[in-house]
Design a protein around this ligand. Structure first.
Ligand SMILES: C[S@@+](CC[C@H](N)C(=O)[O-])C[C@H]1O[C@@H](n2cnc3c(N)ncnc32)[C@H](O)[C@@H]1O
Ligand SMILES: *[C@@H]1O[C@H](CO)[C@@H](O)[C@H](O)[C@H]1NC(C)=O
Ligand SMILES: *[C@@H]1O[C@H](CO)[C@@H](O)[C@H](O)[C@H]1NC(C)=O
Length: 394
């Protein structure tokens, strides 16, 4: 199989664990206020480490060669079989299966090269050969996020997660929506934020990792994406585990099912959520609503995250959360709390939990959902994610 190390194995099976070392990626810059400010973006990127622009660009650009190296290792392992076993392998078509992996990575490379080329053009960067390390695991995870957020394949996965959240937004009068400012921190590839903006809300998507940002930009740019399902990837090719057939390993997934664009009511802010400030919208400052999806457990300091959500909201504003508690900053997280403790912190910070439509204790409810799931795999990982709506008092 393509997985060669334990960290890689984790990356391959659970994206949140890919954020294991997120702490290293946090940065403190407060200079960036304009997404298009290339100068500060460049210097900012240098400070972001693992999830920096340089590191992401280098990883996307190196995907073809990294994948080739990995395949070479697999061919080498195969070559150490005895002659008799090689004959069995040959009869199974195993060498052909390895050739198919090469074709699959060629297909994926069309997308990863285009992501890298767009990034070079938009950020005015050259191919970087030094500095940050390329990381193929994160590139593969981003490919899976195209599937999670922007393919027909994962429609069901999305519907389960998005419905409780979007239902709260749908309750608001259509005429009132355009004035409502909504923030989606840690938006990943941005589908939820996009759906909220499509309902008519003034939505800000926010993301820190350039692995996500560059992939999202590839969808947002009219130089790279113009029509639905124009791109194809083979996102499952890199992991031979849990597959019933060779065909399902190498199956193609088209994307995006719809083409997203930035607009006056949909913008992307590329920086650490903790450095954001409340939008000045007199007479009250702050966002009307903040929606966190599979986000809060990536925090290095969950207390700071909750406090910051509170600070960014206007009085009377709401925090809508859905996600598990997989403390993915790992050993770097300052505290790793239980659900009860998280709710205690939120209440101590000042939030009031909304009990309407909730069946759990203290105003939350459990939603079974998956994360970048492969519907054909022999393995299923279900999160008992918690959903709640909490209010900052007027
Ligand atoms: C587990 S992923 C979830 C992504 C997306 N919400 C989804 O459900 O597909 C968490 C995301 O939060 C981002 N993130 C973590 N800490 C952040 C921070 N301080 N500011 C902005 N984004 C952050 C990570 O880069 C990652 O993309
Ligand atoms: C950057 O890499 C691309 C291929 O990935 C190559 O065509 C191009 O010449 C390189 N540019 C520089 C300045 O090295
Ligand atoms: C958003 O916040 C406003 C107050 O700022 C509140 O009236 C509204 O119910 C909230 N919407 C959601 C979807 O929570």
């Amino acid at each position: 199989m393509a997985v060669t190390s334990w960290p890689d194995l984790l990356l391959a099976c659970l994206f949140p664990l890919a954020l294991l070392a997120l702490g290293c990626g946090l940065f403190q810059s407060t200079t960036l206020s304009d997404v298009h400010d290339l100068v500060s973006l460049k210097s900012l990127a240098k400070k972001t480490g693992l999830f920096s622009l340089e590191s992401a660009l280098k990883s996307y650009a190196s995907y073809p060669s990294l994948a080739r190296n990995e395949l070479a290792r697999m061919r080498k392992s195969y070559s150490t079989l005895s002659r008799a076993h090689k004959r069995v392998g040959y009869n199974l078509g195993y060498p052909r299966k390895l050739d198919k992996l090469q074709s699959a990575t060629d297909v994926n490379s069309i997308v990863t090269n285009a992501i890298a080329d767009l990034a070079k053009a938009e950020f005015d960067l050259e191919n970087s050969t030094s500095g940050s390390d390329a990381n193929i695991g994160r590139v593969r995870e981003s490919l899976k996020h195209f599937v999670r957020d922007w393919s027909e394949e994962c429609r069901e996965e999305r519907d389960r997660m998005f419905k409780p959240i979007l239902d709260v937004f749908r309750k608001i009068d259509v005429e009132e929506r355009s004035g409502h400012k909504v923030l989606v921190p840690g938006c990943g590839l941005g589908r939820l934020a996009w759906e909220i903006s499509e309902l008519g809300f003034d939505t800000t998507a926010n993301e820190l990792s350039y692995f996500m940002i560059l992939a999202f930009r590839f969808l947002l740019s009219s130089t790279t994406t113009t029509s639905s399902n124009e791109h194809t990837i083979r996102p499952y090719a890199h992991w031979f585990s849990h597959q019933r057939t060779v065909d399902s390993v190498f199956r193609s997934i088209p994307f995006p099912d719809v083409v997203p664009r930035l607009s006056s009511r949909f913008n992307l802010v590329e920086r650490d959520f903790l450095t954001l400030s409340a939008p000045p919208t007199p007479p009250l400052h702050g966002y009307h609503n903040i929606t966190t999806l599979f986000f809060i457990d990536t925090s290095l300091n969950i207390i700071e995250t909750i406090e910051h959500i509170y600070t960014l909201l206007r009085p009377g504003g709401t925090w809508i959360n859905l996600g598990p508690l997989l403390w993915s900053a790992g050993a770097q997280a300052k505290v790793e709390l239980s659900l009860g403790e998280v709710i205690d912190v939120a209440e101590a910070v000042g939030f009031i939990f909304d009990h309407e439509g909730m069946d759990g204790t203290r105003g939350s409810r459990t939603v079974d959902c998956e994360y970048t799931a492969d519907s054909k795999a022999m393995m299923q990982w279900i999160y008992k994610a918690e959903f709640w709506v909490a209010k900052k008092p007027k």
